[in-house]
Design a protein around this ligand. Structure first.
Ligand code: CA
Length: 335
């Protein structure tokens, strides 16, 4: 049972901007609350689209885009309802960190959450049990975060149900990012988008650059994409333009083979820029041991054919760090 409370009335027409408060009792504040920004814009009948960002606190294009929409959209412009959660893991957002400084958790590995768990688990449980049942569609706006830079993309969360899969693909193509990529996070069930698909909502994800900064290009793509998706669902008027994103161009991360991990500690020297075409078995880069110049750098290799889709940002690496990601053509079902 959630102890969260909001003064926002989800059924009222108009624009409401406020918070959901989850009681939180740290040393400094025995009877305090975690305040999560929440906004609702509603006008008459129509679908409910949940727009969420700040799942990770060091990914900025999504929260900026949703803040603008909250301020700019007039209820008369929409048909239906938009529920905004623009800074969902608020402790991580305010700290500019991927994970919560309160309990150390990655919100996107806590779904469906736990109302009796830590604060991050309570946030995901609130989304799962209170927010998702109100929605027809769920959009989670990610970027690469501090450690990764990713080619700006709209993301398809796989769905076993063919009807939902078709709707997801159509909605993600409607976002109209330069790339459309199927990502299952190696089968990870604890993400918001996996939970959203389980709840039967049409689900859209993104990866908008990253590197812990604000990308001018990705922010433009994100702004246009969110409006495109709202038009796709009929919440905003139609754009009148067909998306340029094509189903035959959909990419995917080919499981573990899409990840090049550091095999020693040191500094990773990449060999290819983002977007480069690479081959399985080709050298991806090498790890230098700066403290011992007599040691030969250790070479890392790609395990799949494709394009360089994401790359680690800090030069320093330890064993297991993800240095490069490769995306390849998606061969799965797109109909
Ligand atoms: Ca992320």
């Amino acid at each position: 049972m959630s102890t969260a409370r909001t003064s926002i009335d989800f059924d009222r027409n108009g624009k409401q901007v406020g918070f959901v408060d989850i009681p939180h009792s740290p040393h400094e504040d025995a009877w305090g609350a975690t305040r999560i920004p929440l906004a609702v814009i509603k006008n008459g009948e129509g679908p409910t689209v949940i727009l969420q960002a700040g799942n990770h606190g060091d990914e900025y294009e999504g929260p900026i885009t949703l803040g603008e929409l909250i301020r700019e959209l007039d209820p008369a412009q929409i048909s239906g309802r938009i529920i905004f959660l623009p800074a969902l893991n608020i402790h991580a957002v305010l700290a500019g960190r991927r994970t919560s400084p309160v309990d150390g958790l990655n919100l996107n590995r806590t779904f469906p959450g736990n109302h009796a768990g830590t604060i991050t688990q309570q946030i995901s449980a609130y989304v799962t049990d209170i927010i998702m049942p109100m929605g027809n569609a769920y959009v989670d706006l990610h970027s690469g975060g501090s450690s990764l830079n990713i080619l700006p993309s709209a993301i398809i969360e796989p769905a076993a149900d063919p009807v939902l899969r078709k709707k997801n693909i159509a909605a993600v193509l409607a976002f109209d990012a330069p790339l459309t990529v199927v990502i299952d996070n190696l089968g990870e069930p604890r993400t918001s988008t996996a939970a959203s698909v389980r709840a039967g909502l049409v689900t859209v994800g993104t990866e908008m650059a990253g590197a812990g900064t604000v990308s001018i290009d990705a922010l433009g793509i994100c702004r246009r994409g969110v409006r495109n998706v709202l038009s796709h669902f009929g919440v905003l008027p139609t754009t009148g333009k067909a998306p340029t994103a094509r189903p035959e161009n959909i990419l995917t991360l080919p499981g573990h083979d899409g990840y090049v991990y550091a095999t020693s500690n040191g500094v990773f020297e990449p060999f290819h820029p983002l977007g480069a075409t690479v081959r399985k078995g080709e050298a991806a880069g090498r790890i230098h041991n700066l403290g011992d110049p007599s040691r030969t750098p250790e070479t890392l290799f790609y395990a799949a054919d494709g394009i360089v889709y994401g790359r680690r940002q800090p030069g320093k690496v330890v064993v297991g760090n993800c240095c490069v990601n490769v995306a390849c053509r998606y061969e799965g079902n797109i109909t």
